[in-house]
Ligand binder design. Structure first.
Ligand SMILES: [Zn+2]
Ligand SMILES: [Zn+2]
Length: 250
């Protein structure tokens, strides 16, 4: 293949999927492990010409149920970072979308969820003390998309395919080894939908893994629909990655 051909192909793909979306980002103080206040996050992403950012702060037993706060306060504090990011995003033209990174008392696995709203953030509180399986069997919402974050990092247990809609294959957090090659092989074998995200926590790491979309997603539901469609690209380090086809439907 000539370089010209590759350049042309890249340009065409890039033009067909112009919108750049972050699916995995943390703000401080809602995620105490993040160094980035909401207002700073949107500035950093505006500089990187990102169009939409999903705020997926940690929602864990330790941060919510064991925090010493009332349920109302824990939920309000969780949502406060999202509202601050959204307001700051409006000023610099970045669409800010609500997601969450859930953890259950059973273990250290993390799960990203989209297609949710503020009422769901409150509802999740009831499930923290149980298992992921219990959550998936008893919490139902049309159009929600549930995926395991960085499933092949140390200390993670790879979740059963039947309990997931997708998996985060390309977790680009530079301080962790997410074994993306093994993750990619796994999702193809299992027919799961792959996602990409920066898992943004620290200055300098912004926008390392982005989704590329044909139209701008406006809501958490739009993100869930976009992932289900498999009609997107994944971008990291200037590479564009095309997700594998849904083999079951062929
Ligand atoms: Zn974190
Ligand atoms: Zn995360």
């Amino acid at each position: 293949m000539s370089t010209d051909f590759i350049e042309k192909m890249y340009r065409e793909l890039s033009e067909a999927y112009p919108y750049r979306v972050e699916l995995h980002a943390h703000t401080s103080p809602a995620s105490p492990c993040s160094e980035i206040p909401p207002e700073v996050l949107v500035e950093m992403y505006a500089e990187k010409k990102v169009d939409a950012v999903c705020i997926t702060n940690h929602y864990t037993p330790a941060l919510m149920r064991e925090s010493g706060k009332s349920r109302e306060q824990a939920v309000a504090d969780y949502l406060e970072d999202y509202y601050r990011t959204k307001e700051a995003g409006e000023k610099c033209g970045i669409r800010v979308i609500l997601g969450a990174e859930l953890r259950f008392v059973e273990g250290p696995n993390d799960y990203l969820i989209f297609g949710i709203d503020e009422a769901d953030i409150d509802a999740f509180y009831d499930y923290m003390g149980g298992t992921m399986q219990d959550f998936r069997q008893n919490w139902h919402k049309d159009g929600a998309f549930f995926l395991q974050a960085h499933p092949f990092r140390n200390k993670m247990t790879v979740a059963e395919t039947e309990l997931l809609d997708g998996m985060e294959v390309f977790n680009m957090h530079p301080n962790h080894n997410s074994r993306v090659g093994i993750a990619a092989e796994h999702i193809v074998r299992e027919g799961l939908i792959p996602t990409v995200g920066t898992d943004f926590h620290h200055p300098g790491h912004q926008a390392l893994g982005l989704l590329r979309a044909k139209t701008l997603p406006e809501t958490s539901n739009d993100i869930a629909e976009l992932l289900c469609s498999r009609d997107y690209l994944m971008e990291t380090g200037g590479f564009l990655i095309v997700p594998p086809p849904d083999c079951e439907k062929e």
